[in-house]
Write a protein that binds this ligand. Structure first.
Ligand SMILES: *Cc1c(COP(=O)(O)O)cnc(C)c1O
Length: 420
């Protein structure tokens, strides 16, 4: 039987809300029918109708080596043939934790989970348990997964769906959450347990931290005895070999990771110093666990991914990102389309407007002007897949060769002319 995107979407919609398992995938914010992926290879995905796209979604980050990287597939296959989950500790968990501890100075111990949501949620619980305080501060437009207490003014899918937060989250669940504007140091007093931040905001498009913002947060937290949490689920091992800590030279108390460290399998991880992590059960009183936490397939895929991501790889990732960003900027300039293509190292964003936004309010104005949606479809119909929403970033990776980047830029130039 021949499947089409349309037929699968119709079938999917009958059995899954919006036909999807994560809202952004439904194309609701760009309109149209999502492509159903049949396979991926390197920088490409191919849909069920046989159409191939240059993929800048890459699973929203995990595909930093491209799809079906031979080393990752080999690691997963080897792990799977020895069993997929045991409910007992394994060598792979120890090795992955050791590798991450080597990369991030100050993160001496960690715990693995099955998603970034769980990692951020557990990091918040840890900070509350360790400080004995309840109140948390998050920044508008930063996304920390779909935990109740963090599901206010999130970017990404939350913003895409036009929801301020979510139905079903009781007022009580967010009563201890303060939302502050990104890039302004909020008032932090002795009631604050933790300040959670994406060190580079990458779920409201790409918004870099302004000069001194992260350092200022560090100082303000120290003064108040509050903890600082870097949610590195996107920046972790995409931005730099040692993550945002290395890139910005600012060390938080607690980190959350996900995406890249699972090499495309479900994963999350949070950690801190030995002293802080001593609060986690069974050493301390903060409970967190998981049937599939530290899953042998996920740890194998994560380790294989990190092995490829040596220091040279980050030089290459940044070079690729710059080639893409430079090409996009001239494509838009030539077409006379007002666009901003911000970069932070290997991370690339896209806004349609004349001034780079510095916070969520400014992002929303540009994201809702309707241009991204048009550009998205002009690109997609020509074989370049961007994320189906204006609050996401682009995810070029090591599989995007110069030829692939140049081809994508040529498509974007045509798309820019089409919307001009
Ligand atoms: C994706 C993301 C999460 C949530 O991770 P999931 O694996 O989707 O649960 C949390 N924080 C940030 C910064 C993210 O980008």
């Amino acid at each position: 039987m021949n499947h089409t995107n349309e037929s699968l979407f119709e079938r999917g919609k009958l059995v899954m809300p919006g036909g999807v398992n994560s809202p952004v995938r439904s194309f609701r914010s760009v309109g149209g029918t999502p492509y159903f992926v049949a396979s991926g290879e390197g920088p490409y995905v191919t849909d069920v109708e046989g159409k191939t796209y240059i993929d800048f979604v890459q699973s929203y980050g995990p595909g930093i080596l491209g799809h079906a990287h031979p080393k990752v597939i080999e690691a997963i296959t080897k792990a799977a043939s020895a069993g997929t989950s045991y409910g007992a500790p394994t060598l792979g968990e120890v090795e992955l934790a050791e590798e991450i501890a080597r990369r991030i100075p100050g993160m001496e111990m960690m715990r693995m989970t099955s998603s970034g949501t769980e990692a951020a949620m557990s990091a918040i619980r840890l900070a509350r348990g360790a400080t004995g305080r309840n109140t948390i501060i998050k920044f508008a437009g930063c996304y920390h997964g779909h935990t109740d207490s963090l599901l206010v003014a999130g970017g990404s899918g939350v913003a895409n769906q036009g929801l301020a937060g979510s139905d079903g989250v009781p007022d009580g669940a967010v009563a201890d959450t303060i939302v502050a504007p990104f890039n302004v140091i909020p008032e932090i007093d002795e009631t604050i347990a933790v300040v959670a931040v994406e060190p580079v905001a990458a779920n409201m498009g790409l918004v870099p931290p302004s000069e001194g913002f992260l350092k200022g947060l560090r100082e303000a937290c120290d003064k108040a005895g509050a903890m600082l949490l870097f949610d590195e689920v996107i920046t972790g091992f995409r931005l730099a070999h040692g993550g945002a800590t290395e890139w910005f030279g600012v060390q938080p108390d607690v980190w959350a990771f996900g995406k890249v460290i699972g090499g495309g399998l479900p994963v999350g991880l949070y950690g801190g110093s030995r002293e802080v992590m001593a609060h986690i059960s069974p050493l301390g009183g903060v409970y967190q666990g998981g049937t599939l936490s530290g899953n042998p397939l996920a740890t194998a895929a994560g380790l294989a991914t990190l092995e490829v991501l040596d220091r040279d790889a980050y030089v290459e990732l940044e070079r690729i990102a710059n080639r893409l960003a430079t090409g996009m900027r001239s494509a838009f300039a030539d077409a006379g389309v007002d666009a901003i293509v911000p970069t932070v190292g290997p991370i690339v964003g896209l806004f349609f407007g004349t001034e780079a936004p510095t916070n969520f309010d400014e992002v929303k104005v540009l994201a809702e002007n309707g241009v991204y949606q048009k550009f998205f479809h002009e690109c997609l119909s020509r074989g370049v897949a961007l994320a189906p929403g204006p609050y996401e970033i682009l995810f070029p990776g090591l599989a995007h060769s110069d030829a692939v980047i140049d081809e994508a830029v040529a498509v974007m130039a045509e798309a820019a002319n089409a919307i001009a």
